[in-house]
Design a protein around this ligand. Structure first.
Ligand code: PRX
Length: 657
């Protein structure tokens, strides 16, 4: 009922904002949108010309479903466009990165500011370090690091020499690292002794060591020859193995200049692993030219970035280990010549006002976070943001999952003082950049809706036969035309690429989300329609958590479903059957939760574990997840259960619930 009420509320762009926006009115958006759809090659050629190319492309697009080539024959380098170009144009002294560490000593956090000049020097040096270690164009470099400037330096160094990076979020476990390193056949890992999180050290190097043990088995085939370790926390760590090197030792031995590799527009820029419907994460591939142009332009328009505003300071609270951090902390922002803020720590350390303290001290102008964080802020209380001066803020963004209208309204009022447009950006690891999003200054927003497609994006809501659905009718969200930052494949798995994205709905990219379009043309994303769950804005495959559970010695079978969760959006409920001799005890529940954290990472910890004698299955052996979801949410079991293999299972589950 409540959300219907909110749906009726529309928020036209504040008139005061239009002057500051790149797209100043709905009519301007509408006209440009039509041009971008009718003549994409012209549109994108004009936008790509904002950036530096060593060699101009001969064709903007070659499209043969599912393969897109953008800026064919063009040569560029994304690191050059992020860093060197600014120095060359006389902005070497301008701040590129503002970094704040987590610890607060004597009331003062550690703050580092890197100018474009500083960044160029450090990136060149680290690029030389990589080269000295034998890294060549095309070699995959794995990064497993805390949120420190050296993470940005390392990724830019990879882009500089044409070595695709594979960044693994620092919360992932040893086995997650092992799988990703093996899949990418990566020979080098860049890590740190540890990172700070809520006042504690996260022992990254130890986790890498653990991942590299047992490197003789086939399943964990390891080829890692070098591990570079940044000293962040000063931890005493084991550096005995001769493949280990200290970052500072290597950096002391290299020259400060390193040319940028001239990359073909379609050369691989990075791989980023994300969860899918099977237990094995997929390495999403993004290439250089299209990704560069698209993330640059979306950053510029969606956050209304102004390099000529000396006060502009953009902050995205994501970790660089996720796509949001790749595209909207580094790659889309730096080519806009706007400083990007990186924060190392947790949002509630040392207190629940830490983020607002950062906003007010640094005078952040554009702020981008996730609905799960907003819901946590709401819960912690208005007094925390209210203690700080947030008047520098101009645009607020959200990403990662549908935002509930209550959280949107709170964000608008308490953080934005009802003067900051909110951009609810729908996109995915696979899409590389924002796909459906308001443009501040042009779009009338509606809490809970990501509103309208970005330029060049042609989304639709269809049924399983590909028929477009009428207004307000749910269906599958698909994209009908190629766009510059679209994924180019799944690393080493062409078949899965075709099956996952290009086979469900003929002729379209299938996003895996359910959505509807309202009578005004606004998109409302309802959530995943596959076996992927979105926990605190992070994607997890139910199969991934299930295989982690089944790898425990006492577990026979497991089924995992997503259940609504007040803060996380979706929580994880696991139904577990035990092996013959095992006894279901509260201790075993705790042990299983810890086991999942160890196998995948803390983000995958189940919120509920329920022991059951067997799992409800159809006669063909398929687990009936809908029933499990109903049990886990405490709902009365409804719907057709006639295909259940064994009716007694249902009764048992209900008793347990
Ligand atoms: O379900 C959608 C949800 O997050 C999924 C993509 O997850 P990932 O690849 O990890 O990327 C997250 C950051 C881009 C989507 O399939 N999602 C993302 N943004 C939104 C969203 N759902 C609703 N509204 C959004 N703004």
């Amino acid at each position: 009922m409540e959300s219907v009420l909110h749906e009726a509320r529309k928020f036209p762009p504040p008139s005061s904002f239009s002057a500051n926006a790149h797209i100043k009115s709905f009519d301007q958006y509408d006209q440009m949108y039509r041009e971008s759809i009718d003549n994409p090659e012209k549109f994108w050629a004009e936008k790509a010309a904002d950036l530096h190319w060593f060699k101009k492309w001969s064709r903007v697009l070659e499209w043969s479903l599912p393969d897109a080539k953008w800026f064919v024959g063009g040569q560029t380098n994304l690191c050059y466009n992020c860093v060197d170009r600014q120095v060359k144009d006389g902005f070497g002294d301008k701040t590129a990165i503002v970094w704040e560490g987590e610890p607060i000593d004597d009331g003062q956090p550690e703050v580092r500011r890197l100018t474009y000049q500083d960044l160029q020097r450090e990136v060149c040096k680290f690029a030389n370090v990589l080269k000295n270690l034998g890294v060549k164009k095309g070699d995959v470099v794995t990064l497993y690091m805390p949120m420190v400037p050296e993470l940005a330096i390392a990724m830019l160094a990879c882009a500089r020499i044409g070595a695709p990076h594979s960044i693994i979020f620092g919360g992932f476990s040893a086995s997650a690292i092992r799988d990703r390193v093996a899949d990418a056949d990566s020979k080098i890992i860049i890590t740190a002794d540890a990172g700070w999180r809520r006042g504690k050290h996260i022992p990254l190097k130890n986790t890498v060591d653990e991942a590299l043990q047992n490197n003789d088995t086939q399943a964990t085939k390891q080829t890692v020859k070098n591990v570079v370790v940044l000293k962040r926390c000063g931890n005493d760590i084991d550096m005995i193995d001769d493949r280990n090197h200290w970052w500072h030792d290597l950096m002391a031995q290299v020259p400060e200049a390193c040319p940028c590799e001239e990359m073909d527009a379609e050369d691989l820029l990075f791989i980023l692993y994300t969860s899918g419907t099977t237990g094995k994460p997929k390495g999403i591939m993004h290439t250089t030219g299209g990704y560069m142009v698209y993330t640059y332009l979306t950053s510029r328009y969606v956050f209304a970035l102004h390099d000529d505003d000396p006060d502009e300071l953009y902050w995205c609270t994501a970790d660089i280990g996720w796509i949001t951090g790749h595209s909207y902390i580094i790659y889309g922002i730096l080519p806009n010549r706007v400083p990007t803020l990186m924060f190392e720590g947790a949002p509630n350390f040392p207190g629940p006002d830490r983020l607002w303290d950062i906003v007010s001290r640094h005078k952040v102008t554009k702020f981008y976070t996730a609905p799960t964080a907003i819901r946590a802020f709401m819960k912690w209380g208005d007094e925390h943001p209210k203690k700080h001066d947030l008047s520098s803020l101009k645009v607020l963004g959200t990403v990662g999952e549908p935002i509930n209208p209550e959280a949107w309204v709170w964000y608008n009022k308490v953080i934005g003082s009802e003067k900051c447009p909110i951009v609810d950006t729908w996109w995915q690891t696979e899409t590389g950049g924002h796909m459906i999003t308001p443009l501040p200054g042009a779009t009338t927003t509606v809490p809970g809706s990501c509103t309208l497609p970005f330029f060049g994006i042609d989304p639709a809501i269809v049924d399983k036969n590909g028929n477009e659905q009428p207004a307000n009718t749910g269906g599958f969200l698909v994209i009908r035309k190629p766009w510059p930052s679209m994924l180019r494949g799944i690393y080493g798995d062409r078949e899965r690429f075709i099956k996952t994205y290009w086979s469900e709905i003929e002729g379209c990219y299938f996003a895996g989300d359910g959505a509807r379009i309202d009578a005004d043309g606004n998109f409302w994303v309802m959530g995943r329609v596959d076996d992927v769950i979105n926990v605190s804005g992070h994607r997890l495959g139910t199969a991934e958590v299930e295989s982690a559970l089944v790898s425990h010695t006492q577990v026979a079978e497991a089924a995992v479903v997503g259940v609504p969760h007040e803060i996380k959006g979706t929580g994880i409920a696991a139904f577990v059957t035990l092996k013959g001799t095992a006894t279901p005890t509260p201790q075993l529940k705790d042990e299983l939760i810890a086991h999942v954290a160890k196998e995948i990472g803390a983000i995958a910890k189940p919120d509920q574990i329920r022991f059951t004698d067997s799992l409800p299955k159809t006669r063909s052996g398929k687990i009936m997840r809908r029933l499990l979801r109903e049990v886990a949410t405490g709902k009365e079991i409804k719907g057709d259960t006639t295909t259940l293999e064994d009716y007694s299972v249902l009764a048992k589950l209900r008793d347990d619930a």
